[in-house]
Every structure is written in structure tokens, then in C-alpha cells.
Design a protein around this ligand. Structure first.
Ligand code: ADP
Length: 261
């Protein structure tokens, strides 16, 4: 995937990382983390010579540990940097490795910012071709801080076709444009449900709202993912669908359109 990044003066690259791709959404629960995880796996599967990492900066609700079936605390390197945890060939770092799984994150703004700083600057990634970053939903301080601190090659925006999700996705797109982050495109998630018994297809969240939004904003649609039990189950059991069922229809759908450079 050939992506150009445009650095702002204040931005400093993450040591050893060539391209940063952020995965964002306006609303929570639309499948942003699921997309981030499967995008990381798809990038690695697409070209085994590429090293891929996954950084979860969704500090209030980190889902990467569960989705990537990882537990434990990172070890420290000799230079006191945190070593990512590894599964399915993907190097992962998440706030979930640093706080207890069941502990609610009740933090003041400054603490959140220092956690973000830690995740951005105190991880020993080695050499990575791609770092996929799972952002928190919305367009708040964390998103701004990430976009202002590191050069980002591109953003993927995830939305369901539902009006309320699309409204927020549009705000997300506008934020990236304001801070000069190129938007790679939109992923429409949960667009259709096919009854496993009668095979009838139902557009629970609407038919193609994200496609319409993409047209309005002049963005590409990178993928169109059905609402499917296998996707939910594989996420919940920490065996992402691109890894565990790459040949299934859903696995194919979530491998996205990637071409390596
Ligand atoms: P977000 O990061 O936007 O909050 P998640 O990726 O955590 O959303 O997804 C929320 C829930 O929906 C998870 O339980 C996930 O497994 C499930 N999910 C996401 N996409 C799909 C899909 N296409 N089909 C079925 N379940 C899905």
C-alpha cells in the first residue's frame, strides 16, 4: 500500500515505524476495533515480508487484548521501553496491558494525555512497516493529540449505515481533513444480516448509508462487512476472522482491498 504522509512541524515519527494507519469512528460499537485488528492481520497476510504492529489508544475501553487473545504486562527493554506482546505475528500494545482488566478507567484529562504519551513514545516496536492504531471513538483530545504528535500516513473511518453513526463519522472525516491527515476511505460495517435459516437478507442499520456518505465526501469505500455471528464470535474468542476463517465469505470481506508496494 503506497501512502504519502504529510508531517506537521510538531510531529515526531515513532522510532522504527514506517507507516502509521489510524482506524477511527464517530461512534462506539460500530466495529472500529474489529476493523483495526483484522486490517493489521490482513496487511501481514497480504505480504509476509511486512512487519505489522497494532497500537490500542482507546484508553477508556481497550479491546485489543481480548480480540488478540493477549494477557499480561509488557517487559521492559534495556533502554526502559515497553516490549509489545505478540500474537498471530502482530506486535501489540494496549492500555489494557497496563491496567487491570476489570478496573474502570476514571482518569482526569492530564492522566489520559500522559497515558497516550507513554503508548506513543515508550514502546520498543523494533522495525515495523505498518502500525495500525485503534483510536477511541469520536473527535476529542486523544484523537487530536495523536494526530498532532505523530505523522500519520492515512486514516480509515468505520461506520455502520445508520444515520446517527454516519453523522459522527462525517465529523471524524472533517477532523482528519482539518489536521491534514489523508483519509484512505470508509469501511461500512454491519450493512446486511442474512438469516442463517431462511437466507433472507435484512439491512438492520440501513442499506448503504456509508456508501452515500463516502460519495458526498469524495472518499473510497474500502470494505462492506455484513453483520455476522462468526465475526462477533471470533472477535470475542480472540481469534480474529481474517486469521481463523480467511476463506469464509466474511473472512474474504474483511481482508479489504490492500496492495503492497
Ligand atoms: P468499536 O471499536 O467501534 O467500539 P468493536 O469492534 O469493539 O466496536 O465491535 C463491537 C462489537 O460488535 C464486538 O462485540 C464485535 O465483535 C461486534 N462486531 C463488530 N463488527 C461486527 C460484524 N460485522 N458482525 C458481527 N459482530 C460485529
Amino acid at each position: 500500500m503506497q501512502i504519502m504522509s504529510r508531517g506537521l512541524p510538531k510531529q515526531k515519527p515513532i522510532e522504527g515505524v514506517k507507516q502509521v494507519i489510524v482506524v477511527a469512528s464517530g461512534k462506539g460499537g460500530v466495529g472500529k476495533s474489529t476493523t483495526a485488528v483484522n486490517l493489521a492481520l490482513a496487511l501481514a497476510a497480504n505480504d509476509s515480508s511486512k512487519a505489522v504492529g497494532l497500537l490500542d489508544v482507546d484508553v477508556y475501553g481497550p479491546s485489543i487484548p481480548k480480540m488478540m487473545n493477549l494477557k499480561g504486562s509488557p517487559e521492559l527493554s534495556q533502554s526502559n521501553l515497553m516490549r509489545p506482546l505478540l500474537n498471530y505475528g502482530i506486535a501489540c500494545m494496549s492500555m489494557g496491558f497496563l491496567v487491570e482488566e476489570t478496573a474502570p478507567v476514571v482518569w482526569r484529562g492530564l492522566m489520559v494525555m500522559s497515558a497516550i504519551e507513554k503508548l506513543l513514545r515508550q514502546v520498543d516496536w523494533g522495525q515495523l512497516n505498518y502500525l495500525v492504531v485503534d483510536m477511541p471513538p469520536g473527535t476529542g483530545d486523544v484523537q487530536l493529540s495523536v494526530t498532532q504528535n505523530i505523522p500519520i500516513s492515512g486514516a480509515v473511518i468505520v461506520s455502520t449505515p445508520q444515520d446517527i453513526a454516519l453523522m459522527d463519522a462525517r465529523k471524524g472525516a472533517e477532523m482528519f481533513r482539518k489536521v491534514h491527515v489523508p483519509i484512505l476511505g470508509l469501511v461500512q460495517n454491519m450493512s446486511v444480516f442474512q438469516c442463517p435459516k431462511c437466507k433472507q437478507r435484512t439491512h438492520i442499520f440501513g442499506a448503504d448509508g456509508a456508501r452515500r456518505l463516502a460519495r458526498t465526501l469524495d472518499l473510497d469505500v474500502l470494505g462492506d462487512i455484513p453483520l455476522h455471528l462468526n465475526i462477533r464470535e471470533t472477535s470475542d474468542t480472540g481469534q480474529p476472522i481474517v486469521f481463523s476463517q480467511p476463506e469464509s465469505d466474511e473472512g474474504q470481506l474483511v481482508t479489504f482491498k490492500t496492495t503492497s508496494n
